[in-house]
Design a protein around this ligand. Sequence first.
Ligand code: DGL
Length: 260
Amino acid sequence: MRIAFFDSGIGGLSVMHHALRLLPADEFIFFADEDHVPYGTRSPDEVLRLVDDAFRFLIALDVNAVAVACNTATSAAVREMRRRYDIPIVGMEPAIKLAFDLYGSRRVLVTATPITINGEKIKRLIDRLGRQDYVELLALPMLVDFAERQEFESAAVEEYLRRALEPYDFGEFSSIVLGCTHFNYFKDTLRSLLPSNVRFVDGNEGTLRELARRMNIAPSAPRGSIDVRYYYSGRRIDDDVELERIGKYLRRLDRMIEIN
Ligand code: DGL
């Protein structure tokens, strides 16, 4: 069984990293659209076109399912991809419901890219939950750029986040939703800026459980090692320098996943 993880960039690794611990499969394909990242500041139509190109490539690789490990691509394109392709396609949306389910009735700060924050999909989700007064939305597009250049803990990252978080009275909040898969790389800096009553919530686990359900497989610790093939916008990545770049992200995620 061959499962693809697709993202505009390197954020999707945070989902695949989790899948390596949770999903039995023979092979994972990781596709980062590195030639076109970021998606979050483009128009939804442009993102739809880019996602369609990526899907054509992945379908030609005969994948059995695609995890759209990108909230932005999900918001702009997943409905259309499901219409076009007859394989399980699982998307991601900011895990706002999970935040209320896990951490109760105080306020939730939802962080994501501008497309996700301004999209219809998130509005519908918040309306459905009936919790409009308890949700604050915050776009953090610069984190995508920082993540892509592996700048995780600099003074610039800290200053950017400190300013962005300054307006909120975190005594009233119980959680922060990481509604962009690139944001998982910054949990250490975020943790140092947020009080301990504010807990992290992301959609990784829920997405993978939904993928397993759609594929009729039981989530479990993988039995053998899973082969992973990496692609940047359709180019196979197998040289040592690029693989080491990817390894650095995965090692960082080993640490980030432990931060709550
Ligand atoms: N990682 C993507 C997400 O989850 C978006 C990053 C981008 O702007 O390209 O939304």
